[in-house]
Design a protein around this ligand. Structure first.
Ligand SMILES: [Zn+2]
Length: 354
């Protein structure tokens, strides 16, 4: 998706080469796609606009006609949408999408996902930190588009952009996916890949949630302080960057993720916080019970007037920990300017088989 992140492409080439060289048969469909080919050739994140922020309904409707007459990222997106459409429509059965990325900062690999039970089940096959709630902070990602169309889709961040080790980790992720989905059976590559990623995780949390995103505009003169890596601990009030308006501080304590050390990009940094495994177990249990049927009985909670899967939470009345509860139940929560939180049940959160 990002042209300055070639590790995923190199990894896929290596996997396809090894499948051929070792005469391994694939039981199903295994498709590797290069997202932004023009940006990849230029070694840039994107040429005109970020290809991983444009998968929104209004834009997708424009692309229905195909790539004729388009240029730049519109052309890239139309070509990609054309390749993905039959897969997302179930041509090859159930579809799993693994979106391979790298970061400008160094650090160990991790997985990012929208918190649905099928996505969780897939993400847990990768022995790396699993970070929930990406859809509340970023709009228009390919992963969100695929999830909305019924696929199971997660992002895998393999390490720093130009670190040779990132290629190996992305390759490990692809082998783990092939093994987890039963596409390749009996290859020792899958076990070895799992062992390597397990070692890379060391003492990091198994689960965390995204709590904060620092947005960056083109005139902000945003500059991260040097030396941060993914998962570095920061404390509330600590100056982590500078901008035109002065120092930029961490609004709460947590672990730093994806600090921006490149020119292009609209995310300055993210903060995450570890989640205890007991909460995830409680949460899948509550979702299986379909506890959301009773939510409108809670103080400050009402059904959204025109959106069927959504509720409106009045933050002044609902002083209890509404966002935490709705997260447990599989809702994405977005605050509005007038003291309300719109919470929407994520689609395709049905319990996966097996
Ligand atoms: Zn990326």
């Amino acid at each position: 998706m990002h042209g300055n992140e070639p590790a995923g492409v190199r990894a896929l080439e290596a996997v396809f080469d090894r499948l051929a060289a070792e005469h391994l048969s694939v039981d199903g469909w295994f498709v590797g796609l290069i997202g932004n080919r023009a940006a990849l050739a230029a070694g840039r994140r994107f040429l005109r606009e970020d290809l991983n922020r444009v998968w929104v309904p209004e834009r997708l409707a424009d692309l229905e006609q195909g790539p004729a007459g388009l240029s730049g990222e519109s052309l890239e997106q139309a070509e990609l949408a054309t390749e993905l459409r039959p897969l997302l429509n179930g041509l090859a059965g159930r579809t799993f999408l693994l979106d391979l990325h790298t970061t400008s900062a160094p650090g160990p690999p991790f997985v990012l996902l929208e918190d649905t039970l099928p996505n969780r089940a897939f993400a847990l096959r990768f022995p790396v930190p699993v970070i929930l709630g990406v859809d509340e902070r970023l709009r228009g990602t390919l992963v969100h588009h695929a999830c909305a169309r019924g696929a199971t889709a997660i992002g895998f961040e393999a390490g720093q952009h130009d670190d040779q080790a990132s290629v190996g980790r992305a390759e490990d992720a692809v082998w783990i996916a092939l093994g987890a989905l039963g596409l390749v059976a009996g290859s020792t590559r899958v076990d070895r890949a799992r062992q390597r990623l397990e070692r890379a995780r060391s003492a990091l949390p198994r689960y965390a949630e995204l709590r904060h995103r620092h947005p960056v505009g083109p005139t902000d003169a945003f500059e991260m302080r040097p030396g941060f890596a993914n998962f570095d601990a920061v404390t509330a009030g600590e100056a982590v960057a500078t901008s035109r308006r002065g120092p930029v501080t961490a609004p709460e304590s947590g672990l730093l993720l994806m600090p921006l050390y490149q020119q292009q990009g609209e995310d300055g940094f993210f903060l995450i916080r570890a989640v205890r495994p007991i909460w995830l177990r409680l949460s899948s249990w509550l979702r299986r019970l379909r506890a959301e049927r009773y939510l409108h009985w809670l103080p400050g909670v009402s059904r959204h007037p025109d959106r069927p899967r959504a509720f409106v939470v009045d933050r002044h009345t609902a002083r209890w920990r509404a966002v935490e509860l709705f997260h447990l139940l599989g809702f994405s929560c977005v605050a509005t300017d007038d003291g309300e939180i719109i919470v929407t049940r994520r689609r395709n959160d049905e319990v996966p088989d097996g």
